[in-house]
Design a protein around this ligand. Structure first.
Ligand code: F0G
Length: 446
């Protein structure tokens, strides 16, 4: 079992109660508007917030900042090939940059794009390319209480029904997001990946994998898919990605870097098209929005991410948080995902009516009571959709310790105790694009 020593520290403090009250009011009861300094434990996201290893910091110094053909690009290219099995890769500044490059190349007006569940920026990029993003999760994906080993899977019948309804020619690709972030970080099985690949072949379209949490997914496959019980996480990751014709990657997750992303493809013709679009939007094809030093850190981070001991510790910490919350009587989505625990706000603050954003009410309360920053992923973030009122506690990689986990559990338990007095909220100001409202809208207690 892996554990970590601190070689450099960063301090964090729990601001006094009055400071927290003032800060959250000034933030319009939206935690995206809080200064990070006002937060004690920041579980807003696992994206770009992880801690790099000493090996990654050492690699930074090797950064070759040549505009074209840098040795840092070669190191990165070698890592992508060895860890993920792709020869053709273009860097991007982060995941959504990679989405813009690939989806802008593949999709056209009127296309229909199935995905096990679109992440919010993915949905926006598919729509931006003129296509219609359609979620095809398995039946129980949105049920916090349903058992299941692979609740992140793609529903293949849903994809077939789309092909029947719109014609196979309207479907430019099938996208598989591993793990399924918008479905509580649930994993996708290799079996489901194989089936998705076979269906993509039948429809004569590429299978694209959104691979940002591919190593965590491989860990779940090892635990839950009998065929892989004796395989290493690195072997499973290669096997699962071998079915993909292309990947989009946010390196801020399982690349364990603070910034970065990439597109990798198999087809040389598609690679040529992708490179042209990458030059336009991201930068020349051997840096694509990343500094040479960041490419070096990513080359190391990708290899670390598939070490069995690392990922066991990583997913184990998330599971430990979930188990402790469950033991304290806090209602959570089960099973626990790889990068985050999702609280069930409908059950946790039942007095707050559905129209008054129970998830956001819970987010505000976690901050007020313990300086913990979480994110709402229910009716506030996804207006007009029929989703459970979930609140995500996402754990940055290799960052927090046992005492922090304990504090989060104590905070959630304290909120549970006072759940009767938690107010609902109404929106007082919001941006024109409703889909992105949770990033900047302001609220007030009702
Ligand atoms: N795809 C998935 C499944 C993601 O979770 C994210 C980001 C992206 C694409 C976009 O990557 O942020 O590097 O541009 N998810 C973060 C989160 C922001 O908090 O879940 P990005």
């Amino acid at each position: 079992m892996r554990s970590y020593l601190s070689k450099m520290v960063s301090s964090t403090r729990l601001p006094p109660r009055e400071e927290r009250e003032t800060a959250i009011e000034a933030a319009g009861y939206n935690v995206f508007n809080l200064d990070a300094e006002a937060v004690y434990i920041d579980l807003l996201t696992d994206s770009g917030t992880g801690t790099m290893s000493d090996e990654q910091w050492a690699a930074l110094f090797r950064g070759d900042e040549a505009y074209a053909g840098s040795s840092s690009f070669s190191a990165f290219e070698d890592a992508v090939e060895s860890v993920m099995g792709f020869e053709h890769v273009v860097p991007a500044h982060q995941g959504r940059g990679a989405e813009n490059v690939l989806y802008g190349t593949l999709f056209e007006d009127g296309d229909v794009v199935p995905n096990n569940t679109h992440f919010d920026t993915t949905r926006a990029h598919v729509a931006n390319a003129g296509a219609n993003p359609v979620d095809c999760p398995v039946e129980d994906a949105m049920d916090p209480d349903a058992p299941g080993d692979f609740k992140g899977n793609l529903d293949l019948d849903c994809v077939r029904a789309l092909a029947d309804e719109h014609g196979a020619e309207s479907i430019p690709a099938i996208v598989l997001t591993i793990t399924n972030n918008s479905a509580a970080g649930q994993p996708v099985s290799v079996e489901n990946t194989r089936e998705a690949s076979a269906l993509a072949e039948e429809l004569d379209v590429p299978l694209v994998v959104d691979a940002c949490r591919f190593a965590e997914n491989a860990h779940f496959v090892k635990q839950r898919e009998a065929e892989f019980a004796n395989a290493s996480v690195a072997e499973i990751a290669r096997e699962q990605l071998s079915y993909a014709d292309a990947v989009v990657m946010s390196a801020k997750k399982d690349g364990i870097t603070n910034i970065g992303g990439f597109v990798a493809v198999r087809d040389p013709d598609l690679f040529e098209q992708v490179k042209q679009r990458a030059i336009l939007y991201e930068g020349f094809t051997t840096y694509g929005g990343m500094a040479g030093r960041d490419l070096e850190a990513l080359a190391v981070g990708l290899r670390e991410a598939v070490e069995d001991e690392y990922v066991t510790q990583r997913v184990g910490q998330t599971q430990a948080l979930g188990d402790a919350l469950d033991a304290a009587g806090v209602p959570i989505y089960q099973p626990v995902g790889g990068h985050a625990v999702y609280l069930d706000a409908e059950k946790m603050v039942p007095e707050v009516p559905a129209s008054q954003f129970p998830g956001q009410a819970l987010v505000v309360e976690l901050y007020r009571q313990g300086g913990v920053r979480a994110v709402e992923l229910g009716s506030f973030a996804f207006p007009g959709t029929d989703r459970p009122e979930l609140v995500r506690l996402a754990l940055p990689r290799r960052t927090y310790h046992r005492e922090h986990i304990d504090h989060v559990v104590e905070t959630a338990a304290a909120v549970l105790e006072t759940a009767d007095s938690v107010p609902g909220y109404e929106i007082v100001a919001e941006p024109p694009n409703e889909e992105l409202r949770h990033f900047s809208a302001e609220l007030k207690p009702v």
